[in-house]
Design a protein around this ligand. Structure first.
Ligand code: ADP
Ligand code: MG
Length: 185
């Protein structure tokens, strides 16, 4: 299979949100036949109640850029697996979530199937997706809307607040120590 560039959105609005995001990115970096080639900064975002009601807790959101050979449906299955492993409540999927992982773009592919829509159907309406995405791929063009990420960001009417998390956590993906350094040697 041809390696393609995929953008995955992540978000967390319960518990230790920084840790859930960090673990999610770490797990994405461990996927086979794949390489994480970009991670956005973390953003603090007001919950959006468009299709579901995730509760009142503010989210941390970000986007990962992944080069991968994994086919779209298999990738979605793996994302669900990562969500499960990070304690996503499967019985109340639409409520507050430890981690939500969405396929935003899969190369230039357009997929409209039961259970998988790519590009993600609401990405152009979501400032919390477009802001981190614009760090990684400002000029990426949506294959059916024919607008770049920056254009969609400029044109979105999403009124919800999105601000850079400050300070950014130091425990970013890859920097997690495997074990504590020995202090006595
Ligand atoms: P949301 O992410 O919209 O808040 P969920 O995470 O509960 O809501 O996702 C609902 C369903 O959306 C999932 O069961 C999944 O099968 C489906 N889905 C369709 N397209 C995508 C996509 N591009 N990325 C992730 N999930 C998707
Ligand atoms: Mg989701």
């Amino acid at each position: 299979m041809r390696r393609e560039t995929v953008y995955i959105g992540f978000g967390s609005n319960v518990g230790d949100r920084v840790d859930f995001c960090d673990r999610a990115v770490t797990l994405l970096s461990l996927l086979p036949h794949s390489q994480v080639t970009g991670v956005s900064l973390l953003y603090e975002t007001e919950p959006v109640k468009d299709s579901v009601d995730p509760g009142n807790g503010w989210f941390l959101n970000g986007v990962v850029q992944l080069e991968t050979d994994i086919a779209p449906h298999s990738l979605l299955d793996l994302l669900r697996e990562i969500e499960r492993s990070l304690g996503r409540d499967e019985d109340h999927r639409s409520g507050p979530r430890t981690i939500d992982l969405d396929i935003l773009f899969y190369g230039e592919r357009v997929i409209n199937e039961a259970g998988l829509t790519v590009p993600h159907p609401r990405l152009h309406q979501r400032r919390f997706v477009l802001m981190p995405l614009s760090e990684l791929a400002p000029l990426l063009v949506h294959p059916t809307r024919l607008r770049s990420v920056n254009q969609m960001l400029a044109e979105t009417s999403d009124p919800t607040e999105v601000r850079l998390l400050f300070p950014q956590p130091s425990t970013r993906y890859g920097s997690r120590p495997a074990c504590s350094p020995r202090l006595d040697s």
